[in-house]
Unconditional design. Structure first.
Length: 174
């Protein structure tokens, strides 16, 4: 079984950039969530809001990387109307039973706390770590937040080997 899979949805590219950075840092595989019927333009934006506010689950394509093949799945998406984006909602509810450990990240204009809480309750899992980054932080690199998230997802340091038992000293034994 592989360690980490980063799964994301992105409409305008910010979450994609963040996901790509995370996957590179964690040496993880990457899988993008696609809507089955994407809608562009102003009507598409209105539908994003409508989906998020009503908790709708738009149809999405099947994953190219099965989540069951990974010890941890790190799921991310944009904040829409203070909630999780519809396609991410669809992924989490459809694949909740296939997720072992999880971590979540979101990109937003100013705040994503409710979105991260939504994600945990949708798949009924406590995340190993969470990351929220604003568009501005993503554009500027956001190294501090990214470093903390990556560090929290590193395997626990191996316990130090026990010190060898003190045997009889040669001097004393002689
Ligand atoms: C329909 C819609 C609703 C949004 N609602 C919020 C919001 O409530 N709070 C917020 O901080 N950002 C909000 N945003 C901003 C996005 O979360 C932000 O631009 C995000 O980085 C977009 O990710 P993407 O480029 O991967 O699609 C909204 C954007 C859209 C399109």
């Amino acid at each position: 079984m592989k360690d980490n899979l980063v799964v994301f949805y992105s409409r305008s590219g910010h979450t994609r950039r963040l996901a790509q950075r995370l996957a590179a840092r964690l040496d993880a595989d990457l899988d993008e969530i696609h809507e089955l019927h994407p809608h562009r333009g102003l009507l598409g934006l209105a539908r994003c809001l409508y989906d998020a506010l009503l908790g709708r689950e738009p149809p999405i394509t099947a994953p190219t990387q099965p989540p069951l093949g990974y010890a941890r799945v790190i799921v991310g998406g944009p904040v829409w109307a203070d909630h999780v984006a519809g396609p991410v909602r669809s992924y989490l509810t459809r694949h909740a039973d296939e997720l072992r450990h999880v971590a979540f990240f979101c990109s937003c204009a100013h705040s994503g706390a409710q979105t991260l809480a939504d994600m945990a309750s949708l798949c009924d899992r406590e995340p190993d770590a969470t990351l929220m980054m604003t568009v501005r932080q993503i554009d500027e690199g956001g190294a501090v937040a990214l470093d903390a998230f990556v560090t929290a997802l590193q395997p626990a340091a191996a316990p130090a080997a026990p010190a060898p038992a003190a045997g009889p000293s040669r001097d004393r034994a002689a």
